[in-house]
Each structure stands twice: as C-alpha cells, then as structure tokens.
Design a protein around this ligand. Structure first.
Ligand SMILES: [Zn+2]
Ligand SMILES: [Zn+2]
Length: 660
C-alpha cells in the first residue's frame, strides 16, 4: 500500500522502542496503534479481520523498504527510525542480530538459541520512567517505553534506583504480552492511554465476557517488592550500571573477561553461558552467593521452569531447547539480575586458575546432563579468550569423552526445536505452493537453491539434526546439499536477505505447525526407492495415450523402455515432491551414460509435455502420468507399498560398467 505522510507526527524520545512510539503516536492522532501501523507501512490490514497484522519482529529490525515507508509517513529521519529498533545495539549485543538467528540455520556460525535472550513477547518497565518528566508532551502521551527493557541484561532503572517490573500490578499478566506474535496486544483498541495495561481479561471467553485490564502502569506511588531504601539493591545497581555502560552506543569498544581483553559482544555471550551454567548446576552456586544476591528469586524461577517442563512432558509434548538446557533468562528482574551479578563476579576474577577453581564444581554438576554438555560444546567457541582459557581443560575432557564428532562443527546435531510437524512431513524439494506463499519476494537467488535449502532447514527444525544429516534424510547426495547451502549462505550474508529468509522460514514453519493434513513424504520416498512403472501399467498408460493421438502420428511414436523409465522418474518426482534429477533411477549407482540418457529423456518428456501442442503425445502422456501418480500416492498414503520391481522391468545398477 502507498504510504502518505501523516497529518501530524511526534519526535521519538531518547531510547524509545518502536511499539512505544506507535502507542504515543496513535494517542496523539486519536487512532488505534494498529491503524497507525497500517498507515505507516509497519503492518497490513487483513480482509474481514478487525486487527491488522503487525509482526513482532519489527521491534528488532525493519527491512529497508519498510523503514523508508515508515520514515516517509512519520517524517522522521532514517537515523531516527533505525534508532527505534533493537538491532541498533547488535554490534554490542549479539542476540538482537538477526543474522545470528539465520546463523542458527547456518550450521557453521554456531550460536544457537540466542533468540531467548531478547524478550519479544513482553517487556519489562519502570513505572516511574513511564510517568514522564513533567513536560507537556509526556504528561499528555506518557513517556517512552524503552527499547532496552526488552533485553534480559537490563533489569533495573539506575535513574530511579529500583528493579524493573515485568507484570501488571492489577491483572498480574506480563506487560504487552501477545500470543499471536504481534507487535502489541489489542492493536484495534484506540481507547487506551499508551501507559495503560493492554491485557484482555477473560481472553478465550465469549467476546462479551471480555474486557481490557486498563490499569495505569506509570504510577510512581505503587509499592514494589524492591523499595528505594533497600540497601541490598545497591550492588545489583552497580552491576546494572556496568551493563548499561557496555550497551550504550558510545560505550567502550572493549572490556575484560577473566583477566583478558574481550569485545563487548563476547562479554555478553560469556554472561549468557555462565547464567545457563548457574541454572543448570543450581543450587551448586547458592552457598557461595553473597547476602545481597536474591537466591530465593533464583530458586523460584528454576522451580517454575521445572514445573513447566514437567507439565509439558505430562501432556506428551516435546521440550523446547530452552527448557531442556535452561537457556532462558528469567523475565523477573530480581532473579535475572542476581544470576547476571553472579556471572559477572565470576568473569571479574582476573586469574584464570582462580576462575577455573570456582567454575569446576558448577561444570561438574551441569555436565551430568547431556543436553547441557552439547549446549556448552556448541556455544563455548563464541566466548571470550579469558573464559575459554578457564573452561578449556573441562571442555577438552568432555570432547575426549564423548568423541570428536559429538560437537564438531560439521557433524554437530542441533537440539530439536519445539515443532508440531515431523521429519516425515518434509518433502525433498519445497512444493511450489509453499514457495509461492512465503518465498516469492526473495530475489537475487536461484529459486531452485532456495527450495532445496528451505526443505533441508525444515528437516533440521523437525529432526534436530545437523545440516548434512538433514540433507541425507531427504535423499540428497552430499555434494548437492552442501553446494546449495554454500550459495544460499553467501546470498544471506546480506542482512536484508537473511532477515527475509528467516522470516519466510519461520512463517512456513508456523503454517506447518498449525496444519492438520500434512503428507508423510518419508513413507512415499521409502515406498518408491526401488520402483519403476510396472510394464503392465505402462502398456495401459500407452493405450490411453494412443487413443487420444491423431492417427498418423501414433505409428511413429517411440514407446521403448527408455520412455517408461523417464515416465517413472516423473511419477516419482510428483509423488515424493522430489527433484527429478535426484530420483533413485538417476542415482550415482547407475552407469554414467545411462544416467545421462535417462536424464535427457526425462527432461524431454517433461518440457514437451508442458509446452507442446495439445495434440502432441507428450502432452497426453504427461496428463496421464499425473493422474496415475495421484492415484498411486493415495494408495501409498493408505499404507500400501508397491512390490519390488520385476527383474524384467528394470535392470539393476552395475557399478562402473558401461551402459547396455
Ligand atoms: Zn525509571
Ligand atoms: Zn493489567
């Protein structure tokens, strides 16, 4: 949709988040935030739906066209628009960098699961900050919802010397929480002030029973669990001060970790590893914690997480990676700040030997859990030189114990994500309709590579296997899978490409998660591994086609066995949604000359069948093959396996022998 400048706009406040800006602008123009999102190009209206679609990912990053449209509508500079998104801190804080997210898919980059280190589903807040500074504009529309409140390492307000809150004091629900992956809840609601709670009370009930909480979150008078006079808060504020300094745009380029200089980004990855280690080994670190560390808050967080895991298992659901290895920092500020403070203390020790002695009991305890060991071996490579020196001996022992393949970059298996679709539901080559719905606007890359790559990635998501293993499961020869990955990854080095690719994959995975009529492609592939059209079926097919042919042509048509095999390849490709070039009948096991001839023949049938004149026999043949394939697919889906090929129908492969 064409975006026009709004009648009036608003200057962003320092540190303001994109959803916060949309709320204030909507309030100023007396429009619902969803309407503002549509008018500024952030989202789109869906026919017959009251709520527009505005993806939550917008708070991290805006694609260039979206950013330009938004700047045009709001009359902000490109720099002001970029500053509203969280990826403006990506050089210092890797989890907000979407290319790292694609890196999860990219097997080689190796930082998995970082997304849990950004709160995209709710936000923390300081009620006193929200109350504003008394200027008329803030008195009218409220103050900024700070973008950094979305980052786990920001757990306190150093200006108001207090811990941040994460839920509404009235309804006790996480603030700005959305089930639907939307930028904000109640996008259609124009009645709320930007600082009011937007939680729907009685969600899921009949709409008449639903209402909005509407509690003001900007009150400075509410009592909180962490009062201003609490002296135990002081050390936590010191840690917060340090972390905010490292996140600041003009902050130091380097810091130190375990006595060695390191980049700020590596330092945050160190913190992430150690917070996970503390959780996995808890209560091992509890004894040595100083009195101001809120150990009860950490106890509470871990208890809730364990309960959540137990509930899911009881419901027969898979555990997400985050729950298995505990790599999700608590949203509750006291627990999160305490864990970060403990981790920071360990990193602040200058002597690697000292650090090693402190870490050893934690590592020993956590390493009794094999998912956590895999996690450690997976992420330690991205940590600072100091921390790697300290944990080096332990890591080497683990690698020696579990073998070189368990965590090497090529053979590494990724933890299974929490998906409802399974490995059996992924075809070798992304079906055209899936591609059209989600990947159609991705340009600059050969669609064939994209379709292969997407299938391999979906297989990875479903099976939690390495990329080569996923490609193998799909029946791709090793060379094809890696060549495709190489091309797509090179193309995805461009930030915009990787963002769009990631979004498309996520959207498709979400669609598959929700679908109830998925096809078992694995069963289809298995059923047809050593299959070709049986000769009696072939003769029936030919008879059908001959009937449709005009008299003279039919006598000249070649109906040799080569054509039967070419037809078999096309039927295989249609049923399994595979690339015909990768059909078992064209596999490396067959002599090269036979493969070349058959590939040429198949290509011939396929292209003439599509583009030939209607009376041409290829057109009739292809139509007959499609019908035949669809009937065969129904039988295979019902559990039928075609009998192995008759020896008369097909010669078995003979390696390195000339074709006969
Ligand atoms: Zn504050
Ligand atoms: Zn509320």
């Amino acid at each position: 949709m064409l975006v026009r400048p709004l009648p009036r706009s608003l200057d962003p406040l320092p540190g303001e988040s994109l959803p916060g800006y949309v709320l204030r602008l909507g309030h100023r123009l007396d429009r619902a935030p969803g309407r503002i999102a549509v008018l500024t190009g952030l989202g789109r209206q869906i026919p017959q739906r009251s709520t527009p679609a505005v993806p939550a990912g917008r708070l991290l990053h805006l694609p260039p066209e979206t950013a330009a449209a938004f700047a045009h509508a709001t009359r902000l500079s490109a720099q002001e628009v970029a500053g509203l998104c969280l990826d403006s801190v990506r050089a210092r804080y890797p989890p907000v960098d979407l290319t790292y997210e694609t890196g999860v898919l990219r097997q080689t980059s190796g930082i998995a699961g970082l997304a849990s280190w950004v709160f995209t589903r709710s936000t923390r807040y300081c009620p006193q900050c929200l109350a504003g500074d008394g200027t008329p504009i803030q008195q009218t529309h409220g103050a900024a919802w700070q973008k950094l409140w979305r980052l786990p390492p920001v757990f306190a307000c150093t200006a108001h010397r207090r811990l941040l809150l994460h839920d509404c004091p009235e309804c006790r629900q996480p603030v700005h929480a959305c089930q639907s992956g939307s930028l904000l809840p109640r996008l259609h609601d124009s009645t709320l002030h930007p600082t009011q709670c937007r939680t729907t009370i009685g969600a899921g009930a009949h709409w008449r029973a639903q209402s909005v909480c509407g509690a003001r979150l900007d009150s400075s008078t509410r009592p909180t669990t962490a009062g201003r006079q609490d002296p135990a808060l002081e050390p936590l504020l010191v840690v917060q001060h340090k972390l905010l300094g490292l996140l600041a745009p003009g902050g130091p380029p380097e810091t130190s970790s375990v006595g060695q200089p390191t980049t700020v980004a590596q330092y945050f990855l160190d913190l992430r590893l150690l917070v996970g280690l503390l959780c996995a080994s808890w209560p091992e670190g509890r004894q040595s914690a100083e009195s101001w560390i809120r150990v009860e808050a950490i106890d509470g967080h871990l208890q809730r997480q364990r309960q959540q895991a137990a509930d899911r298992l009881q419901q027969g659901r898979k555990l997400s990676h985050r729950l298995v290895v505990g790599d999700r920092p608590p949203v509750e500020s006291a627990a999160c700040g305490s864990l970060l403070a403990l981790a920071d203390q360990l990193l602040a020790l200058d002597d690697p030997v000292d650090t090693q002695q402190r870490l050893d009991p934690l590592l020993a305890r956590a390493s009794t859990q094999s998912p956590w060991v895999r996690h450690l071996l997976h992420v330690e490579a991205n940590c600072s030189p100091g921390l790697r020196t300290a944990i080096g001996p332990h890591v080497r022992t683990l690698r020696d114990t579990i073998g070189p393949h368990a965590a090497s970059s090529s053979g590494r298996s990724r933890p299974a994500q929490d998906h409802a679709f399974g490995p059996q539901h992924i075809p070798q080559y992304l079906p055209a309709d899936w591609y059209d719905r989600h990947f159609n606007d991705l340009t600059g890359i050969n669609p064939r590579h994209l379709r292969r790559f997407a299938s391999i990635t979906l297989m990875q998501m479903a099976a939690g296997r390495s990329r080569p293993a996923a490609a193998r499961q799909l029946g791709l020869p090793p060379g094809r899978g890696s060549a495709t990955s190489y091309r797509v990854q090179r193309w995805a080095r461009d930030n915009a490409n990787s963002t769009r690719l990631h979004a498309a994959l996520e959207a498709l995975a979400g669609e598959l998660d929700a679908a109830s009529d998925l096809i078992d492609y694995r069963q289809r592939r298995h059923a047809l591994t050593a299959w070709s059209i049986p000769t009696d079926n072939w003769h029936q097919l030919i008879a059908d086609v001959k009937q449709r042919q005009r008299g003279r042509a039919s006598t000249r048509t070649d109906w040799s066995d080569r054509k039967r095999l070419a037809a078999s390849v096309l039927v295989w490709a249609r049923i399994t949604q595979g690339e015909y070039r990768l059909a078992p009948l064209l596999a490396d096991a067959w002599p090269p000359r036979r493969r070349r001839e058959l590939a040429r023949g198949t290509q011939h049938v396929s292209s003439w069948g599509r583009t030939g004149r209607p009376e041409h026999h290829y057109v009739a043949l292809l139509a007959a093959l499609d019908t035949y394939a669809d009937q065969l697919a129904v039988r295979i889906d019902a559990g039928w396996t075609p009998p192995p090929p008759d020896q008369r129908d097909i010669r078995q492969p003979r390696l390195r022998h000339p074709a006969t």
